[in-house]
Design a protein around this ligand. Sequence first.
Ligand SMILES: [Zn+2]
Length: 388
Amino acid sequence: MWELTFPRTVVIGEDALEYLREVKGKRVLIVTDKVIHKLDFVEKVADYLKEAGLEVEIFDLVEPEPSVETIVKGAEVARKYAPDWFIGLGGGSCMDAAKAIWALYENPGIEVGDISPLTELGLRRKARLICIPTTSGTGSDANWSTIITDVKEERKLELASREIVADIDILDPELPKSMPPKLVADTGLDVLAHAIEAYVSQWRNDFSDALAIKAIQTVFKYLPTAYRHPEEKEAKEKMHNAATMAGMSFGNSQAGIAHALGHSLGAIFHIPHGRTVDLFLSYSIEYSAREAMGRYADIARAIGIEAKTDEEAVEKLVETVRRLDREMGEPASIREMGISREDFEKRLDDLVARAANSSCTFMNPRVPNLEDTRKLFICAYEGRRVNF
Ligand SMILES: [Zn+2]
């Protein structure tokens, strides 16, 4: 038996935001960040909600890679305001924060780390959740995970609960238009990592496969245009939908070691999620191919790669991923990210320990032991092929 979870309602296409006029309730707490607050999105969202007769309050203190402290602060604000709707408006950080704040608001007794598939949160007694992504990457709008950073421990808490999936997910193509090219690259390649890792995961299934393949095809077809020609509407809209499809896919399968290694590097060296995960994607394919050759070959063929054998298809897939990274100006190694060898070696034990404990490690097609994890980090530092 396998339980799949999706948002109850997904609204797509031009003017999708207008759906907010139909929301019924009393008070909305919009969870967002200062950058989004400066753009006119918050106002637009608030205006539609006011038309629907709702009061609106804004919590805009979410930082990139939100911390436990921010969630606790947000839950305090929510308790005073008593909303019956939360809106996560922004990139993954804002939506992840909205999910966690909502869980703590309804359960004053729990801590952030208690959000887990094994804990009954009893959500929706007080409020429900709307997610409105303004970037095209995380897929947080469509799945049941939330990543919160424990700053003191330099650790990403990879939390999940089927209850924190959005009730309404609004994909308005107008919102990602203002993304700068660097953000388009980081987040778009994160979409690719979600979909590829979901497709090869040990938890894959027919539904996650279908969504993953469509998302992968969309990334290769539209991401370079979305990156180079920001004014191109179709490419941005397709990438916005692909991000959510990939989010639904890995949410119902599992991310893999590109995410485990990426979370670890990001937590220790404070690098944005998308960029770290993109970096490890090609290395993770080289490492995992031995256990999932046919699956990676399916992906290669789905994007039009021609090859006589599965091995050749996978080799070409790795080259294609690296070429796309280069085209988008992404670093090809940890060294290229500007981390000195001395700093890297000083933290290598910590990097390995955190990656080994990541929930994304265990369902990877090939599960690395500590020694392999260390070697993977070293290959990624030096930009060397993984051949063990
Ligand atoms: Zn990701």
